[in-house]
Write a protein that binds this ligand. Sequence first.
Ligand code: AHG
Ligand code: MN
Ligand code: MN
Length: 336
Amino acid sequence: MSRVTLSRYLIEQTRSHNTPADLRFLIEVVARACKEISHAVSKGALGGVLGSTETENVQGEVQKKLDVLSNEILLEANEWGGTLAAMASEEMDEPYQIPGRYPKGAYLLTFDPLDGSSNIDVNVSVGTIFSVMRCPGECFSQNDSLGEEAFLQPGTQQVAAGYAVYGPQTMLVLTLGEGVIGFTLDREMGSFVLTHDNIRVPESTAEFAINMSNQRHWEAPVQRYVDELLAGKEGPLGKNYNMRWIASMVADVHRILTRGGVFMYPRDKRDPSKPGKLRLMYEANPMAMIIEQAGGVATDGTQRILDIQPTALHQRVPVFLGSKEEVDRVTGYHNA
Ligand code: AHG
Ligand code: MN
Ligand code: MN
């Protein structure tokens, strides 16, 4: 069987689905950056990349060395290719402007350069999450720098989304808006090879993922739902559930794409200024697009994540995503 690399897959998409050539190139460049990040991550202590920096990001979180390095790799790989009007990253306060010496393009790229970075020092899977939108109203042709308004588009406007997970294997999971496919990095060849065609999330599941240590802070609908899950066969849901929590969203979502499940990061009562932990533009929207394209559901508890009109670049939202039956149930409890 001939192996389909990411490059070949994208060229075929350009022919059969009119995927624009500049979008194809953009995805290839992001994938190349992910290979580089994968390499740095895999070196661990040997590469001197573990541990934290002295800095905090805009969200007040301590940055890991690999957060900063991954961010730089993505910026450098993507700034010169002429496909982007600007980029935005979880690790940067303001949108990143394409330097004047390079051509600009029609797309906006947002990313979480290293998701799950608290897991990096303990050798547990981490990843990169990205999302691509069009720059509205040909805003790329203006000379001025782009403000965050250009990025404040609902997730339905994404033209592509994906993630790389750096685990026992490095994989790239991608949607261009017509289903979800997965590639595995062949390290000898240096290419992503198509290994997972038409990924689907099973509608039912008996597995859930939530950080239980926050239980006392949750709101009533989540308390009720998780109580019912824990009650198992004797409870109202009539079956026993298993729990997994990796604390890297990429790895938890990847498990759900592989065998089903429900992932929750609800709002909690600790800090009303933070409606949830996960970030809409870098985590929730791209993952919601992937999950929906694989037949799953993604809500913030009350509405579809992809319909949220963003009001700020670094906005946080509650997230419930995965197998339809369970996400519909917990969303229903919120809306009851
Ligand atoms: P990041 O490393 O990009 O800041 O994201 C971490 C996120 C996400 O990956 C994960 O689901 C969640 O934070 C883990 O949170 P807990 O610390 O509550 O487990
Ligand atoms: Mn993250
Ligand atoms: Mn991150």
